[in-house]
Design a protein around this ligand. Structure first.
Ligand SMILES: Cc1cc2nc3c(=O)[nH]c(=O)nc-3n(C[C@H](O)[C@H](O)[C@H](O)COP(=O)(O)OP(=O)(O)OC[C@H]3O[C@@H](n4cnc5c(N)ncnc54)[C@H](O)[C@@H]3O)c2cc1C
Length: 460
């Protein structure tokens, strides 16, 4: 492993500057400055993935990034906000962050397209769009991710007619393995469709243009309903409302439904930010009453019966994304939409018949089809079901009981979330799999952008 002294010093200098902005912890950078050869471990948000890269780089410019990539003799992985649960990021080579390549570039007032540097966090992007009277058509549950990280795994929100974030990308720029920049847009649509969801395997995305729309407000309504009632109404609810999702609370027979519809009503005051969405309470109930499912069910039902429907009006980016303060690991699969309700019934039965230890609610969402080759929504109306396990607990017994249900229904896993599929499985699930592999091999013949997990995923 050859570590260039120049890059180390550059890292130390840029890292201390960055630490001053609070973007990365000062302790981490000062340790690096004092001991330039000390490696800095990395771990993801849940703590489930980690690595000790030989070099960590935070380039200041696209040119610096291109030079780093061109000269690197070892594997390179890009990291965004580290919010993926699957092992997409870990590398023993070079880990590149685009924290310094972030911010607004420009927008076109006529087409409502806005260009951002790819390291921009979704929350900052949404605020900058709002400042220009614009918003995206949809947002995920949280807004901490970077644009590049979010689109690389087809991050999505909910809405039967609304695509994933990757589907909003009209243009993007990559630094390829050769250290060259490559613009992907409507002029080379195949390349754009390969690059819009690429797991960081085609190159490092430095800039993206997103299709936005004029700023809009949403009225968000939440209510409680028994699971069968919610499942029976689900097709009508996803057809009728702009954004529909629900959570099933394990061992309760009850769900919480959430719908958002456009409105011109005045904004309501922001609700007090509850630290944990009631998760600690559910965790305690599991600890106290896990041995007595009927009692646990009665207590949760009693609490939920007392929950009044709620309404909130605010700009879309404020109602669609929230905070997640309790850490977890997650598996989420995207299924053919019509299979969703039945799959959820099977999941609930599997958990409750086998007394599987879980307190996190199960999330049910919908997403519109798109054309990105590795998008799990590729030409398929989808519904997504996500299961979560507290970050300190072993998720394998739970996830391995549920995953076969997703497979049975032809589910495609969220790229950023845990799953056990291999290359042959993906080849069967993705019609454009081989086309993607060809583009990958052409742009990165030596596998510079691969880590052991991606070698497994692509079978190379
Ligand atoms: C609390 C929480 C809530 C979540 N909510 C949702 C949700 O509502 N909907 C949903 O779909 N997902 C959700 N996710 C998953 C998350 O959106 C995805 O895993 C997303 O990819 C994370 O983005 P990131 O910036 O953290 O990227 P990372 O996790 O750091 O990286 C993800 C991938 O992007 C690649 N990458 C990063 N930057 C670049 C770059 N510049 N160029 C090329 N490749 C790059 C990485 O190499 C990696 O392959 C959630 C995750 C958490 C932890």
């Amino acid at each position: 492993m050859k570590i260039s002294r120049r890059h180390l010093l550059q890292y130390a200098a840029s890292a201390s500057a960055l630490a001053a902005t609070g973007a990365i912890p000062a302790a981490l950078t000062s340790a690096f400055a004092d001991e330039p050869r000390r490696v800095i471990p990395w771990k993801n948000w849940s703590g489930g993935q980690s690595c000790t890269p030989a070099l960590r780089s935070v380039p200041e410019s696209e040119a610096e990034l291109a030079e780093l990539v061109a000269r690197s003799a070892t594997p390179i992985r890009a990291v965004g906000a580290g919010h993926s649960f699957s092992p997409l990021v870990p590398t023993e080579g070079t880990l590149v962050s685009l924290d310094r390549l972030s911010g607004y570039v420009s927008h076109n007032a006529a087409t409502h397209r806005a260009t951002f540097k790819a390291g921009t966090r979704l929350g900052a992007m949404a605020a900058m769009l709002a400042g220009n009277g614009l918003a995206l058509d949809n947002m995920p549950d949280i807004n901490k991710q970077t644009i590049a990280g979010a689109i690389s795994t087809a991050t999505h929100g909910t809405g039967a007619e609304l695509g994933s974030l990757s589907s909003f990308v009209t243009d993007l720029r990559l630094v390829t393995a050769a250290g060259e920049t490559l613009d992907c847009n409507g002029g080379n649509a195949d390349l754009l469709n390969a690059a819009r969801v690429s797991l960081g395997a085609l190159g490092i995305v430095t800039e993206t243009t997103m299709q936005a729309r004029p700023l809009y407000k949403l009225k968000r309504r939440t209510w409680v309903a028994p699971v069968e009632e919610m499942l029976e109404q689900a097709p009508e609810l996803w057809a009728k409302h702009r954004n529909f999702e629900f959570y099933y609370v394990p061992y309760s027979g009850m769900t919480i439904g959430i719908i958002n519809d456009e409105t011109d009503d005045a904004e309501t005051p922001e609700p007090v930010n509850e630290d944990d969405d009631g998760l600690r309470q559910l965790q305690q109930l599991q600890e106290w009453l896990g041995w007595a499912p009927s009692a646990r069910r009665w207590v949760i039902q009693t609490i939920m019966d007392g929950m009044e429907p709620e309404e909130r009006v605010d700009y879309s980016h404020k109602t669609l994304s929230a905070e997640r303060n309790v850490r977890f690991n997650e598996m989420e699969y995207h299924l053919p939409r019509e299979a969703g309700p039945e799959a959820l019934r099977e999941i609930v039965a599997t958990i409750e018949d086998n007394n599987i230890e879980v307190f996190f609610p199960i999330e049910f969402r919908t997403t519109a089809p798109d054309d990105a080759w590795l998008s799990p929504f590729y030409k398929r109306e989808s519904c997504s079901i996500a299961v979560h396990r507290f970050h300190e607990a072993d998720y394998t017994p739970y996830f391995s009981a549920i995953e076969p249900i997703f497979h049975k229904h032809d589910g495609r896993p969220h790229w950023g979330k845990l799953n056990t599929l291999k290359a042959a499985d993906f080849a069967a699930l993705y019609p454009k799999w081989n086309d993607f592999l060809e583009v990958r091999a052409e742009l990165d013949p030596e596998g510079k952008f691969l880590n052991p997990n991606l070698r497994d995923v692509f079978g190379v």
